[in-house]
Write a protein that binds this ligand. Structure first.
Ligand code: ADP
Ligand code: MG
Length: 680
């Protein structure tokens, strides 16, 4: 049978079952995927340096003749060192290799090689550690360097790619010919060859740009499809509601910023175009109140409201807060999550359809097919960027004739927000409720952990509570050296925190267990909660005054800021203790920035400066599907071009059913199906 792009990688000539498993680790499932497994860089062997001229501490190729191979030195079990000596007319270089007897055995003395690596050492004696070694006589001059994995080297992948070309001949072009020509982009097959096996690096760059455009075009089409429907719809305007009784019932004064945001939304809701508004407000700025005020207004207008949160813990918490605020007005608030029993679920479905429930709070369970509202008027999604694209599609189908409010603590540049959320209006909640003492942030290394825990014990003694956050749930094979929540919780409960009530919370627990644990923490039954980042978004426990974050270097700054936002919510002074043994200066300054800045938007800026945009605009931040080549920060102008093209394409051919749009339709369909990764 002739292979197609969808043929399992296992059936590519020369692959087989074992290697297919390795390919899958790299995200390559099919032969088509392999052609889309692009090099992360290239080794340019065309103009190698002499030993003397090679730039120190920069990765570069050096051509030299191998003069000596020293015998293998076994350092310990699993570690062998091989030393080689090579020379040219300008000098000598010592090469050190680790654990690669086969490579070394294959090298011949008195033969010229190209050593590709980072030269170091002194002026007199250059050295290079673990270079890639190529025969100087080989004819391939620019070699692709692929993201690789143990047992599957870049070279093997290169051979696989060549084989894939041979079996498939090429791939259908996802970019419609008209668009490709006007954007002046190379054709699919030529671009594929150039990105994998370039003749020169300018061509490779042009090819990469093409794939960036292709990826963003597909993404924009997918997002456009999720946004349309909303724009054309009309709604029955709501009457302006007197919120004075609602404000008067609160235990606090709403901030001016809260009132402004609420008023801006009310102005939308009294019109006949459905509201599509994003509320951006830092953690702890009091976004929930806005949702509640608007749900109150909807109810006063005889309309139901849905409030959707990305996790069941958050949904449960919202339900509690909202019930407390709205039940005194005779409104009925209820909760629907994945953990709701089927009996209860049936009752909720019926009551919703009868219009008996005024505010329906829940997770994406609200998007289930059985959920039908009698008179839905408002949909609020909290931290919507945490939802996957597929969930957003469903959401937009459900909300066709309703007002939508999105609340987010993630600082997203406006251009990007427009693309992700569609045409929207923006409200900034730029003021925090008064009377908060700023959280004090400490950065310590593992050596001070015992003292930190002693400090934490004192807080627990006073009736305060603490979070202890770990980067992973259990010890995975690949993650030695990290503190897993499960084992840590056990160790703490048995030793340092013996006699205190220690709880455990992570994403692999059942929804029911998670809710139960969170309830116990809120009620104070659990004093110290060891958890993964499931507590990252939105959880509100005012008695918690300490958050200790293990392996802090593993978290992004914005994530750390979210975590830190879990404390400092009550009147007591709060502490954020970052524990990290990392000595990397970059990491230290990154973590240090947490001490200097309290504002999420400032932190996002610092994050951007230090880490570069790659991670910050990473897909976890926005619930977008993983991007292979594009980088939303760097490629924002391409994104805007792609969006314009996507709009034009969809205006002419709304379901992309024309012949020349088929490959694009397939790609967009894939994207729409991909559910974003659930937070752990
Ligand atoms: P966000 O979702 O923006 O992170 P929340 O809505 O969870 O913030 O509010 C954080 C905390 O601040 C809650 O405990 C809430 O009751 C409290 N809060 C909200 N608004 C005010 C206000 N105007 N004055 C005092 N406390 C407030
Ligand atoms: Mg919140």
């Amino acid at each position: 049978m002739k292979p197609t792009p969808f043929t399992d990688i296992q059936y590519l000539k020369g692959v087989g079952e074992k290697r297919a498993a390795l390919y899958r680790k790299l995200g390559v499932e099919t032969i088509g995927d392999l052609l889309y497994h692009f090099p992360r860089g290239y080794v340019d062997l065309r103009a190698p340096y002499t030993i003397r001229e090679a730039p120190i501490f920069e990765v570069c190729p050096i051509k030299a003749t191998l003069t000596r191979k020293s015998p293998e030195q076994r350092i310990r079990k699993g570690l062998s060192i091989f030393k080689l000596l090579a020379e040219d007319e300008t000098g000598e270089i010592e090469i050190t290799l680790f654990n690669c007897r086969y490579t070394v055995d294959a090298l011949k003395a008195d033969t010229a090689y190209i050593f590709y690596g980072k030269p170091g050492g002194s002026f007199l004696r250059r050295e290079m550690s673990a270079p890639d070694i190529y025969p100087a006589a080989s004819d391939a001059r620019i070699l692709p360097v692929y993201p690789q994995t143990a047992g599957l080297s870049s070279r093997m992948i290169g051979r696989g790619v060549a084989q894939a070309f041979e079996s498939l001949g090429g791939l259908p072009d996802v970019i419609p010919p008209g668009v490709r020509e006007s954007e002046n982009l190379p054709e699919m097959d030529a671009a594929l060859r150039e990105i994998h096996f370039p003749q020169d690096l300018t061509q490779a760059k042009a090819a990469r740009e093409r794939f960036v455009f292709e990826e963003l075009l597909s993404l924009c089409c997918a997002l456009e499809i999720t946004h349309t429907g909303h724009k054309k719809a009309k709604v029955r305007p709501m009457a302006k509601t007197d919120l004075a009784p609602f404000y008067a019932s609160l235990p606090f004064e709403p901030t001016r910023a809260q009132v402004r945001c609420i008023d801006e939304a009310i102005a939308d809701m009294t019109g006949e175009t459905p509201m599509n508004r994003l509320i951006q407000g830092d953690v702890g700025s009091g976004k929930t109140l806005i949702a509640v005020a608007l749900a109150y207004m909807a109810a006063k207008n005889g309309r139901q409201a849905a409030v959707m949160a990305p996790t069941s813990i958050l949904a449960e918490q919202h339900c509690e807060t909202i019930s407390k605020m709205l039940e005194p007005f005779g409104l009925r608030v209820d909760l629907l999550t994945g953990g709701t029993t089927s009996v209860k679920r049936k009752k909720i479905y019926a009551d919703l359809a009868d219009g008996k429930i005024d505010v329906m709070v829940g997770t994406h369970a609200l998007l289930s097919d059985g959920v039908a509202f009698a008179r839905l008027g408002l949909v609020v999604t909290d931290e919507q960027h945490r939802f996957g694209v597929a969930q957003r599609v469903k959401l937009s189908e459900k909300r066709e004739h309703t007002h939508t409010l999105v609340m987010s603590a993630t600082p997203i540049p406006r251009t990007l927000a427009l693309i992700i959320y569609g045409d929207l209006s923006l409200s900034r909640l730029d003021e925090k409720p008064p009377g908060r003492t700023p959280v004090e942030t400490l950065l310590i290394d593992g050596g001070k952990r015992a003292r930190a825990i002693g400090f934490l014990r004192k807080a627990l003694e006073k009736g305060e509570q603490a979070y202890i956050v770990c980067p992973l749930v259990e010890q995975g094979e690949a993650d030695l050296g990290l503190r897993p929540a499960t084992e840590y919780a056990k160790a703490l409960a048995e030793k340092e925190l013996k006699g205190y009530r220690v709880g455990l919370l992570h994403g692999r627990m059942k929804a029911k267990e998670k809710e139960e644990t969170m309830r116990k923490f809120k009620s104070g039954e659990i004093q110290a909660l060891v958890s993964t980042t499931v507590v990252e978004v939105g959880v509100d426990v005012p008695a918690a005054t300490i958050i200790m974050i293990e392996n802090a270097e593993r978290f992004g700054l914005s994530q750390l800021h979210q975590l830190r936002g879990r404390v400092g919510r009550g009147k007591d002074k709060s502490w954020c203790i970052l524990v990290s043994d990392s000595k990397d200066p970059n990491t230290r300054s990154r973590l240090g920035a947490m001490k200097d800045h309290a504002d999420g938007f400032e932190i996002a800026d610092v994050d951007l400066q230090i880490r570069g945009p790659g991670d910050f605009f990473g897909y976890r931040q926005h619930g977008l599907p993983t991007l292979r080549v594009a980088d939303l920060a760097d490629d924002i102008s391409v994104m805007q071009r792609a969006q314009a093209r996507a709009r034009a394409l969809l205006a002419a051919d709304p379901d992309l059913s024309r012949e020349e749009h088929r490959p694009l339709a397939g790609r967009v369909g894939d994207l729409l199906q991909k559910v974003g990764e659930r937070p752990n």
